[in-house]
Design a protein around this ligand. Sequence first.
Ligand code: CTP
Length: 398
Amino acid sequence: MKKLIDNKSIVLGVSGGIAAYKSVELLRLLIKRGANVRVIMTQNAQEFVGPITFEALSGQPVCTSLFEKGGDVSVRHIEWANEADAVVIVPATANIIGKLANGVADDALSTFMLAVTCPVMLCPSMNTHMFENKAVQRNLERLKADGHFVIDPESGELACGATGPGRLPDPEDILDRLLYYLSPKDLKDKRVLVTAGPTREPIDPVRFISNPSSGKMGFAVARAAEQRGGKVILITGPTNLPDPNNVTVIRVGTAREMAHAVFENVEGSDIIIKSAAVSDYRSKDQAEQKIKKEKDEMVLFLEKNQDILEELGRRKKDQILVGFAAETENLEQHAERKLSEKNLDIIAGNLVGQPSSGFGADNNKVTLFYKDGTKESLPEMEKDDVAHILLDRILGVR
Ligand code: CTP
């Protein structure tokens, strides 16, 4: 949610682990989202990444010691603690975790942390045996009990050659967890069903009918709903996108598979958001073997797929039903017709064909059409932000 980060003062604490380089990318992501980021590094962190990198990206001096030269440095850590809206420690080593759990203040970062009163998120990263060490686990439990948000490291092959938990998640995931932590849980206990991506209708074993939908809009909606406390099921056609955190993901191929998955999972949903670009037609026959190019022309017979959203509209009881309409012309007319024909509460319409928004892009420019006949044109923005505004409006539906 843009307003959780935009113009906010965030302190990024970097301690000395091999994954310290990932905090550089996290800094970039936070800056891109409008945050004012200050960086505090431990002595050991500087062995992995130089403060100049953080200084250049954040546009601010980096705090590396309690005793730096200059006017106000002796109280800088107190001032930064007072001004911070959130603190993220990436990576959090066993050493800083131990110090924070026990109130030790012997360097700039640990001393600063004792003065912090805002939300704190820690991202542990270390060798698997170190992570599983009883003292480290005990310290992490204590930090959680103290009210800090600790994210689990990922499992996998680590830089030290071991395999197991300890790897720092990717910066995008860390940002996603920060947004989860800071988001008001206004979708708590709500069941949200989201569809995303294209469908693929096979013609023969190596060919299919599809469309350029990337799934980014639907995945953004699923992520946003989860960040706000919703229980989210995401049914998606083929995409290259990773599963969002804490979301039940069902991957399907054809429109018929999508319909089946939707109707199997729709029971109990409070909110249904259908952003999938479902193929309207499928090939009537599917060749068992690859079709050979023998003739100069060939005819492909297509038959209509079920309109999943229309059927959901027919069955609708007290759910909120939201559709998407990607159009190449007459957006208002087509979107309003679909809104009423499919018995929707909201339809998000956009004109496709613009390179900076729509299919495949990170941004979208949508107009929301409401069932009371009103509409709202949103400026072009990131799909993540469109998703949150859509959820705000869904919460306003009576
Ligand atoms: N939709 C669906 N099942 C289909 C086709 C569309 O559930 N077989 C849903 C989409 O997920 C979207 C909405 O209906 O939320 C509008 O989809 P769109 O492709 O824009 O419109 P269509 O109704 O298919 O109409 P047309 O292709 O004629 O524009």
